[in-house]
Design a protein around this ligand. Structure first.
Ligand SMILES: Nc1nc2c(ncn2[C@@H]2O[C@H](COP(=O)(O)OP(=O)(O)OP(=O)(O)O)[C@@H](O)[C@H]2O)c(=O)[nH]1
Ligand SMILES: [Mg+2]
Length: 286
């Protein structure tokens, strides 16, 4: 992997500066993490800015993650004294919990607010689902959404009721993303795939399915094949799905793009790519 993975356009640096200012007048910050990659989707720059702010972590797109691991993550955040919830726009049960949370916060924050609405800000990496979540929350399309990073270009205030205002923000990454986070971020679609080593990411993803014994999820989509190595799998996927070069060789770039596209579309089932540290609560107690 090379610096090719770094993606920090000027617009993101500017968006971060705007956010720095906006955050001063915000009562409650909702930080969306991708439930499949709670480590890599956490913006270290944001963590500094959020110090001293009322702050909720939402493990979003929980429908794409493995439920038992999402539960472990929630226990982990609880152990760290960080309020956290899982969320997905695919299931109404999540919205109910979230609404209850906001109601409680409104009550808690009211004494300090003199005749002004509660202000909530939604922040997170590109494509994590901030704008979709807001639309889901208000039951109408008040923001633009789309399955690619960088859909929301500027911040947008949405007045919900006289007592509640939401701020949608453009997705931001940070400079110098670590190598270990680049592929997870690319896999979930937080960076434009054209910038990255797609084959490396596809092989890495296939290895994770294999390592977790979840080859059945791949078979469902691609048919039965030989699982001896991720390279073999990628070749077979390419052959079976017409990703061929003129000379009849497998076009591994196209096969990789197919795997990535399928993973992002949810066609390869639920897979969590990052787990909390083993025995985190024991470590904490030591
Ligand atoms: N599976 C699943 N997909 C979701 C969920 N929420 C949003 N999405 C999808 O994620 C993609 C990105 O959604 P957006 O709301 O545009 O993401 P965003 O965070 O506002 O992205 P930027 O504006 O680019 O920063 C869209 O294709 C949504 O349909 C969810 O709970 N589950
Ligand atoms: Mg958006």
């Amino acid at each position: 992997m090379t610096n090719k993975g770094q993606w920090y356009p000027g617009s993101m640096a500017r968006a971060l500066n705007v956010l720095r200012q906006d955050i001063k007048i915000i009562d409650l910050v909702v930080e969306l993490l991708d439930a499949r990659i709670p480590v890599s989707s956490r913006n270290p720059v944001l963590r500094e800015l959020l110090q001293g702010k009322k702050h909720l972590v939402l493990l979003h797109k929980a429908d794409r993650a493995e439920d038992n691991i999402t539960e472990k993550w929630l226990a982990y955040f609880k152990d760290m004294d960080q309020q956290a919830m899982s969320f997905s726009v695919q299931n109404k049960k999540y919205l109910k919990n979230f609404l209850q949370f906001i109601k409680t916060e409104e009550e808690n924050l009211r004494p300090g607010r003199i005749r002004r609405p509660l202000r909530m800000m939604f922040v997170g990496i590109p494509n994590v689902g901030k704008s979709t979540l807001i639309n889901h929350f208000v039951h109408k399309a008040v923001t633009r959404t789309g399955n690619q990073p960088g859909v929301t270009k500027g911040r947008q205030w949405i007045k919900i009721t006289p007592g509640l205002e939401l701020l949608d923000t453009p997705g931001i990454l940070w400079p110098k993303i670590t190598e270990s986070s680049t592929w997870p971020l690319a896999a979930v679609g937080a960076m434009p795939p054209s910038r990255l080593d797609q084959q490396g990411i596809a092989l890495w993803l296939l290895d994770i399915y294999k390592g977790k014994g979840k080859e059945d999820l791949l078979s469902k989509r691609y048919g039965e094949f030989n699982f001896s190595s991720s390279e073999k799998m990628l070749e077979q996927i390419g052959t079976a799905h017409g990703c061929l070069q003129t000379a009849g060789q497998v076009d591994l770039e196209r096969a990789s793009a197919l795997v990535l596209k399928d993973f992002q579309a949810g066609s390869l089932g639920r897979l969590t790519l990052e787990e909390p540290p083993e025995n985190f609560n024991e470590q904490h107690e030591e």
